[in-house]
Design a protein around this ligand. Sequence first.
Ligand code: NDP
Length: 291
Amino acid sequence: TTQQSVTVIGLGPMGQAMATAFLDRGYEVTLWNRTPSRADALVARGATLAPSVEEALAANEVAILSLTDYAAVYDVLGPAETALTGRVLVNLSSDTPERARAAARWAAERGATHLTGGVTVSPSGVGQSESLTFYSGPREAFDKHRDVLEVVTGRTDYRGEDPGLAALFYQLGMVMFWTSMLSYWQAIALAKANGLAAADVLRHATDTANSLPGFFAFYAERIDAGNHVGDVDRLAMGMASVEHVLHTNADAGVDTALPAAVTGLFRRGMEAGHAADSFSSLLEIMQKAEA
Ligand code: NDP
């Protein structure tokens, strides 16, 4: 069998981890990065640094893109667009679903195939069998290059032909990741204001986070059934609780932007008449942009 080969464009922490994973699997790897020195350690391991984006694209049918965002993708590929014909761009740069759809059209106009990817792990998870990436775009390209994709993360989840879907699933994860991590910072700020260290609350924070999946499952069923009955969790009870959270933080002299935002949402739910409903009724407010 012939040696498998791939191009990797973009050598931030993610791109470097991806190039390393391909080298580990014996792939022939061609690289390009705006800052060429980021390729040094990979070249020492046998990768080839292409002198131009055109040459990096010409080297292989499949090019993995790992850039900060889609603006960077156009910055890199725009000047080399004549080299795009016949290429499969596996775009693992994160951005919005709308930008992913626009990029897929842009690539198609230049004779290239665009597969959108949303990697759900940090650099240390790249190349691991349990790690997951969402994909969307042409099914045929996904199937044909699955072995390459499974080097990046062992698990792949193909969401459909719409190039925006992988970006959407990525963003579904990120909206939870960022707000959850900020809630953790808030808890640590409160703990520290009370003389505790992050290590002192780690166990409790972990137990709290681990309790969430049970709530996710409980509410998913009710939400999809349109059931916001307040039998276990009246919004009025939640309103009192989030005010306690806000006041505990204010009393401790820490920033209250995050608990105040939460309190604001609950208040809008109360004003909309949901006091006796489940706090899942806040979804009705969140589903529409504020007037
Ligand atoms: P970085 O932002 O650190 O990597 C940036 C890469 O993009 C570098 O190669 C950089 O080049 C290049 N780049 C940025 N702007 C331009 C530009 N205008 N022109 C040319 N090249 C440019 O990101 P990561 O490696 O951390 O992540 C890559 C992607 O993966 C991002 O979209 C990120 O959201 C996503 N992701 C990251 C995770 C993480 O934990 N890091 C986890 C999951 C997804 P140069 O070296 O010259 O600066």
